[in-house]
Design a protein around this ligand. Structure first.
Ligand SMILES: [Mg+2]
Length: 199
Protein backbone atom coordinates (compact mmCIF):
# COMPACT_ATOMS: atom_id res chain seq x y z
CA UNK A 1 0.00 0.00 0.00
CA UNK A 2 1.34 3.40 -0.96
CA UNK A 3 0.56 5.85 1.80
CA UNK A 4 2.60 9.00 1.45
CA UNK A 5 2.97 11.98 3.73
CA UNK A 6 4.14 15.34 2.46
CA UNK A 7 5.22 18.29 4.53
CA UNK A 8 3.94 21.70 3.45
CA UNK A 9 6.38 24.46 4.43
CA UNK A 10 9.63 24.22 2.52
CA UNK A 11 8.15 21.62 0.17
CA UNK A 12 5.00 23.13 -1.29
CA UNK A 13 4.66 26.51 0.43
CA UNK A 14 7.31 29.21 0.53
CA UNK A 15 7.38 29.86 4.25
CA UNK A 16 10.82 31.50 4.10
CA UNK A 17 9.60 34.22 1.78
CA UNK A 18 6.48 34.79 3.90
CA UNK A 19 8.59 35.07 7.04
CA UNK A 20 11.06 37.40 5.31
CA UNK A 21 8.18 39.68 4.32
CA UNK A 22 7.13 39.91 7.97
CA UNK A 23 10.71 40.66 9.06
CA UNK A 24 10.98 43.36 6.43
CA UNK A 25 7.74 44.88 7.71
CA UNK A 26 9.34 45.11 11.15
CA UNK A 27 12.73 46.22 9.89
CA UNK A 28 12.52 47.49 6.30
CA UNK A 29 15.33 46.17 4.11
CA UNK A 30 16.62 43.67 6.68
CA UNK A 31 16.21 40.68 4.35
CA UNK A 32 17.44 40.97 0.77
CA UNK A 33 15.14 39.88 -2.01
CA UNK A 34 15.46 36.17 -2.78
CA UNK A 35 17.33 35.43 0.45
CA UNK A 36 17.52 31.73 1.37
CA UNK A 37 18.80 30.92 4.88
CA UNK A 38 21.65 28.42 5.28
CA UNK A 39 20.17 27.03 8.51
CA UNK A 40 17.06 27.43 10.64
CA UNK A 41 18.72 30.12 12.75
CA UNK A 42 20.37 31.89 9.86
CA UNK A 43 17.94 34.82 9.99
CA UNK A 44 19.80 36.06 13.05
CA UNK A 45 23.19 34.44 12.50
CA UNK A 46 24.09 35.36 8.94
CA UNK A 47 25.02 38.98 9.57
CA UNK A 48 21.66 40.05 8.29
CA UNK A 49 20.38 43.23 9.80
CA UNK A 50 18.08 41.33 12.17
CA UNK A 51 18.34 41.37 15.95
CA UNK A 52 17.17 38.46 18.12
CA UNK A 53 14.38 40.71 19.38
CA UNK A 54 13.19 41.48 15.88
CA UNK A 55 13.37 37.78 15.04
CA UNK A 56 11.20 36.90 18.02
CA UNK A 57 8.89 39.77 17.17
CA UNK A 58 8.48 38.38 13.66
CA UNK A 59 7.23 35.06 15.03
CA UNK A 60 4.74 36.97 17.13
CA UNK A 61 3.63 38.93 14.12
CA UNK A 62 3.16 35.75 12.10
CA UNK A 63 0.82 34.53 14.83
CA UNK A 64 -1.11 37.79 14.66
CA UNK A 65 -1.37 37.94 10.88
CA UNK A 66 -4.81 36.92 9.65
CA UNK A 67 -4.62 34.05 7.16
CA UNK A 68 -0.81 34.00 7.15
CA UNK A 69 -0.69 30.39 5.90
CA UNK A 70 -3.25 31.03 3.24
CA UNK A 71 -1.23 33.82 1.72
CA UNK A 72 2.05 31.98 1.20
CA UNK A 73 3.46 31.57 -2.30
CA UNK A 74 4.01 28.11 -3.73
CA UNK A 75 6.99 26.13 -4.95
CA UNK A 76 5.37 25.94 -8.33
CA UNK A 77 7.33 22.99 -9.73
CA UNK A 78 6.64 20.82 -6.70
CA UNK A 79 2.95 21.71 -6.76
CA UNK A 80 2.69 20.87 -10.45
CA UNK A 81 4.50 17.56 -9.97
CA UNK A 82 2.17 16.69 -7.14
CA UNK A 83 -0.91 17.60 -9.14
CA UNK A 84 0.28 15.42 -11.97
CA UNK A 85 0.89 12.56 -9.56
CA UNK A 86 -2.56 12.92 -8.00
CA UNK A 87 -4.46 13.15 -11.26
CA UNK A 88 -2.50 11.54 -14.05
CA UNK A 89 -0.93 8.52 -12.44
CA UNK A 90 -2.18 5.18 -13.66
CA UNK A 91 -4.09 4.26 -10.51
CA UNK A 92 -4.62 7.36 -8.38
CA UNK A 93 -7.39 5.66 -6.40
CA UNK A 94 -4.92 3.10 -5.05
CA UNK A 95 -2.73 5.62 -3.25
CA UNK A 96 -3.21 7.62 -0.09
CA UNK A 97 -1.59 11.01 0.33
CA UNK A 98 -1.53 12.94 3.59
CA UNK A 99 -0.22 16.41 4.22
CA UNK A 100 1.53 16.55 7.56
CA UNK A 101 2.42 20.01 8.75
CA UNK A 102 3.54 21.65 11.95
CA UNK A 103 1.71 24.96 11.99
CA UNK A 104 0.33 27.13 14.74
CA UNK A 105 -2.83 29.20 14.84
CA UNK A 106 -2.57 32.63 13.26
CA UNK A 107 -5.24 35.27 13.04
CA UNK A 108 -8.28 34.28 11.01
CA UNK A 109 -9.16 30.70 10.16
CA UNK A 110 -7.60 27.66 11.83
CA UNK A 111 -4.27 26.43 10.48
CA UNK A 112 -5.99 23.34 9.13
CA UNK A 113 -8.68 25.33 7.32
CA UNK A 114 -6.09 27.67 5.82
CA UNK A 115 -3.92 24.76 4.69
CA UNK A 116 -6.84 22.98 3.01
CA UNK A 117 -7.95 26.20 1.33
CA UNK A 118 -4.40 26.93 0.19
CA UNK A 119 -4.06 23.46 -1.35
CA UNK A 120 -7.44 23.87 -3.04
CA UNK A 121 -6.17 27.13 -4.49
CA UNK A 122 -3.18 25.24 -5.86
CA UNK A 123 -5.43 22.76 -7.64
CA UNK A 124 -5.29 20.09 -4.94
CA UNK A 125 -8.83 19.67 -3.62
CA UNK A 126 -9.98 17.29 -0.89
CA UNK A 127 -6.58 17.09 0.76
CA UNK A 128 -6.06 15.03 3.92
CA UNK A 129 -4.38 17.62 6.11
CA UNK A 130 -3.02 16.82 9.56
CA UNK A 131 -1.77 19.78 11.57
CA UNK A 132 0.44 19.16 14.59
CA UNK A 133 1.56 21.71 17.17
CA UNK A 134 5.14 20.55 17.48
CA UNK A 135 7.46 19.13 14.86
CA UNK A 136 8.22 16.14 17.12
CA UNK A 137 4.59 15.11 16.87
CA UNK A 138 5.08 14.26 13.22
CA UNK A 139 6.95 11.11 14.21
CA UNK A 140 4.10 9.94 16.41
CA UNK A 141 1.62 10.42 13.57
CA UNK A 142 3.93 8.80 11.00
CA UNK A 143 4.46 5.71 13.14
CA UNK A 144 0.77 5.43 13.97
CA UNK A 145 -0.46 5.82 10.40
CA UNK A 146 2.34 3.63 8.99
CA UNK A 147 3.23 5.91 6.11
CA UNK A 148 5.10 4.02 3.41
CA UNK A 149 7.20 7.14 2.90
CA UNK A 150 7.29 10.75 4.05
CA UNK A 151 9.13 13.84 2.85
CA UNK A 152 10.17 16.85 4.92
CA UNK A 153 12.70 19.67 4.60
CA UNK A 154 13.67 19.83 8.26
CA UNK A 155 16.79 17.90 9.21
CA UNK A 156 15.79 17.26 12.79
CA UNK A 157 12.41 15.93 11.75
CA UNK A 158 14.02 13.53 9.29
CA UNK A 159 16.48 12.36 11.96
CA UNK A 160 13.57 11.76 14.33
CA UNK A 161 11.52 9.94 11.74
CA UNK A 162 14.34 7.68 10.58
CA UNK A 163 15.30 6.89 14.17
CA UNK A 164 11.74 5.71 14.65
CA UNK A 165 12.00 3.45 11.63
CA UNK A 166 9.99 5.65 9.27
CA UNK A 167 11.00 5.73 5.59
CA UNK A 168 11.70 9.47 5.59
CA UNK A 169 13.17 11.61 2.82
CA UNK A 170 14.74 15.05 2.94
CA UNK A 171 13.92 17.58 0.25
CA UNK A 172 17.18 19.32 -0.54
CA UNK A 173 17.02 22.97 0.52
CA UNK A 174 19.72 25.56 1.31
CA UNK A 175 18.87 25.32 5.02
CA UNK A 176 19.44 21.57 5.35
CA UNK A 177 22.83 21.22 3.67
CA UNK A 178 24.85 21.33 6.89
CA UNK A 179 25.25 17.55 6.79
CA UNK A 180 25.85 14.86 4.22
CA UNK A 181 23.73 12.43 6.22
CA UNK A 182 20.78 10.94 4.37
CA UNK A 183 22.58 11.10 1.06
CA UNK A 184 20.48 8.19 -0.10
CA UNK A 185 17.29 9.86 1.06
CA UNK A 186 17.93 13.42 -0.07
CA UNK A 187 15.97 14.31 -3.18
CA UNK A 188 16.29 17.49 -5.25
CA UNK A 189 12.57 17.79 -5.94
CA UNK A 190 9.22 16.37 -4.98
CA UNK A 191 9.22 14.61 -8.35
CA UNK A 192 12.24 12.55 -7.25
CA UNK A 193 10.38 11.43 -4.13
CA UNK A 194 7.21 10.55 -6.02
CA UNK A 195 9.20 8.61 -8.57
CA UNK A 196 10.85 6.48 -5.91
CA UNK A 197 8.00 5.99 -3.49
CA UNK A 198 4.83 6.87 -5.37
CA UNK A 199 4.16 3.35 -6.65
MG1 LIG B 1 8.80 21.99 6.36
Amino acid sequence: MVRLAIDIDGILARFVEGFARILNDIHPGAIPLGYQPSSWNAFVEESLDVTPDEYRGAWGKVRDTPSFWLRLDAYRDNVLDLREYLTKSSAPWSREVYFLTSRFATGGESAQYQTCAWLRGQGIPNANVIVVDRMEDKTLIAVTLKFSAIIDDNLETVYDLRNAGVNAYLLDQPWNRVTTDFEDYRVPSLRGFLKREGG
